[in-house]
Design a protein around this ligand. Structure first.
Ligand code: ZN
Ligand code: ZN
Length: 178
């Protein structure tokens, strides 16, 4: 059977990091998760003045590379992402197309002038991927600041939330999956 969740690394993303992420996502969603081969997106795809990648450009490339229907695609990129009306985004998801994206750029401690910390990066990435996959499965934002579906506008809010859903969101999710 095909993997319902397929992680698509954009260019080089640490393999150990992605395998660990895949395991944690399997635990949380009880879906099989597979890491696909990296998809090459050259720096020339970035918006030249912003030095950021436009979300729609990324999702179009991911969908073009993986046109098979079914399951969910999760792009993980080092590029800083933005979309119309958002200066930057940690990630995004399109429920209809079954595609989600998470950027590691602003999850790294060094982005905030702090010492690089692999564990901090991993926890933040896990929270944001759980959040986006939650959207891809139909969940909306949650008002519980500890819930993974809480909308974080800043890294402090990401650090403050858990890498799993609150009871209400959990119940919503199991109802949609029955
Ligand atoms: Zn969200
Ligand atoms: Zn919640």
């Amino acid at each position: 059977m095909e993997s319902p969740i397929r992680i698509v690394p954009i260019n080089a993303v640490d393999g150990g990091f992605l395998d660990r992420l895949a395991l944690c996502l399997e635990e949380r969603f009880l879906y099989s998760v597979r890491v696909e081969r990296p998809l090459s997106v050259p720096r020339s795809a970035l918006n030249n003045t912003r030095q950021q990648l436009f979300l729609a450009t990324l999702t179009a490339k991911v969908l073009r590379a993986h046109p098979e229907p079914g399951g969910m695609l999760l792009a993980v990129t080092e590029y800083d992402l933005y979309k119309t009306s958002h200066r930057f985004i940690f990630g995004d998801a399109d429920e209809g197309q079954g595609v989600a994206a998470v950027s590691l750029h602003r999850l790294r401690s060094e982005f905030y002038g702090e010492t690089p910390d692999d564990n901090v990066l991993f926890q933040r990435a896990l929270k944001e991927t759980v959040h986006e996959l939650g959207h891809a499965l139909g969940l909306k934002h949650c008002f519980n600041a500890r819930c993974a579906m809480y909308y974080s506008n800043s890294i402090f809010e990401t650090d403050n939330k858990m890498s799993h859903f609150c009871e209400t969101c959990d119940q919503r999710l199991s109802r949609t999956r029955n």
